[in-house]
Design a protein around this ligand. Structure first.
Ligand code: ASP
Ligand code: MG
Length: 406
């Protein structure tokens, strides 16, 4: 007997038929003698629709009211799944964020979970009642409804698994696990049986959309065993686990990519102490996240070119800020480029292996792909390249690191 939290995403609860089929999966776990908590997303497309209503009503809406609107999608599915479970003879009730309560801060639209009071729910689970939670939502210190940011139901599920002391958190979704890279681009991509928290965190933040980054952070912090699996096929998924559980560690476990990048080059920035701080300080003040950075030494002394990347969402604001303060920052020209992609190879095995970056650079060079910016961490090497080479780069790297399926 185990205590488990099951999470179903939007496609898994897209209509009443699918909700009934989710109920059958939950019933199977209950019948097996397990204590079950279920977290649901809104029906697919519903959160977008609700967001649209808010935007159409007023372009600059009150985020506290926005949360009331977008949290509604999960309220519907949690009630419907509870009805479906009861219909199949399973004792169940729904729990909205404020009812649990799932306490969050008051950063409406992207609130952080502060605490979950789970005692009453654990008691009921022990009595055989399935708890069905509306994902994505919580309540702030003033008692107002909050939401956790898009894709936030993953985070709800992991946080509840931690708070309820669950043995496992199963994330049911429309893919059947975590792959070495995007299988829509690389047909030889393989499903991973296991991946470490750290690798998953890098994969998620470098563009792989299987799990919300915050959910992985939370799982890592509380050591929640997460499994990503398909709600439509009956196959084992991918387990996200601690490093010592992965026996045979590949040097590179996965290759991620993100098109959500824009490159900005400032030419002839004065080459003196404080110049970089003078530019990146004001960008940070505007909450513009700078990711990769490279500074080139110019041939003539006194000035250097500075290249960095920002997300596409921040691009316009970054450009405006730089243009407005050109004379203060002292650069000559502003050269933007949005047709770039960041490709990252990821693996905890890199810590103990040399030459990982070199393999990447050679594989790209062989295909005539120019590397524009490089950044590395202990378990990751990222390069920025022209967007048109995304597919070619992913396929070549997948082969170069020996990841291709047989
Ligand atoms: N329904 C929310 C969204 O679409 C939360 C989630 O699905 O995880 O972003
Ligand atoms: Mg999702």
């Amino acid at each position: 007997m185990a205590r488990i939290v099951m999470k179903f995403g939007g496609t898994s609860v897209a209509n009443v038929e699918r909700i009934k089929s989710v109920a059958r999966k939950v019933k199977a776990e209950v019948d097996a003698g397990n204590q079950v908590g279920v977290v649901v997303s809104a029906m697919s497309g519903v959160t977008n629709q609700l967001e649209g209503y808010a935007r159409d009503t007023a372009p600059l809406f009150d985020l506290r009211e926005y949360d009331v609107v977008v949290a509604a999608g999960e309220q519907i599915t949690s009630g419907l799944l509870s009805i479906a479970l009861q219909e199949q003879g399973v004792s169940a009730r729904s729990w909205l964020g404020w009812q649990v309560p799932i306490q969050t801060d008051d950063a409406h639209g992207s609130a952080r979970i502060l605490g979950i009071a789970g005692e009453e729910i654990v008691r009921r689970m022990e009595d055989g009642q399935a708890a069905v939670f509306a994902g994505f939502q919580g309540v702030d210190p003033q008692g107002r409804v909050t939401t956790l940011g898009r894709g936030g139901s993953d985070t709800s599920a992991v946080a509840l698994a931690a708070a309820l002391g669950a043995d496992r958190c199963d994330i049911y979704t429309d893919v059947d696990g975590v792959y070495t890279t995007d299988p829509r681009i690389v047909t030889k991509a393989r499903k991973l049986d296991k991946i470490t928290y750290e690798e998953m965190l890098e994969m998620a933040s470098q563009g792989a959309k299987v799990l919300q980054t915050r959910a992985v952070e939370m799982a890592m912090k509380h050591r929640v065993r997460v499994q990503v699996l398909s709600s439509f096929e009956d196959t084992p998924g991918t387990l996200v686990v601690d490093e010592d559980e992965v026996v045979e560690q590949e040097v590179v476990s996965g290759i991620a990519y993100s098109r959500d990048e824009a490159k900005i080059t400032l030419t002839r920035v004065p080459d003196r102490p404080g110049a970089a701080a003078g530019i990146f300080g004001p960008l940070a003040d505007e909450h513009i996240n700078v990711d990769m950075i490279v500074q080139n030494v110019s041939a003539e002394g006194g000035a250097t070119d500075l290249t960095f990347t920002v997300t596409r969402a921040d691009f316009d604001r970054a450009m405006k800020l730089l243009r407005d303060r050109q004379s203060e920052f002292g650069f000559e020209e502003l050269r933007p480029d949005q047709d770039v992609v960041k490709v990252s190879v990821i693996g905890v095995g890199m810590r103990s292996h040399a030459g990982v970056a070199l393999t990447m650079f050679k594989a790209l060079a062989d295909k005539g792909i120019n590397i524009q910016v490089i950044s590395t961490s202990e378990i990751k090497v990222s390069v920025l390249i022209a967007e048109e080479y995304t597919e070619l780069a992913l396929r070549s790297l997948h082969t170069a690191y020996g990841l291709d399926a047989a």
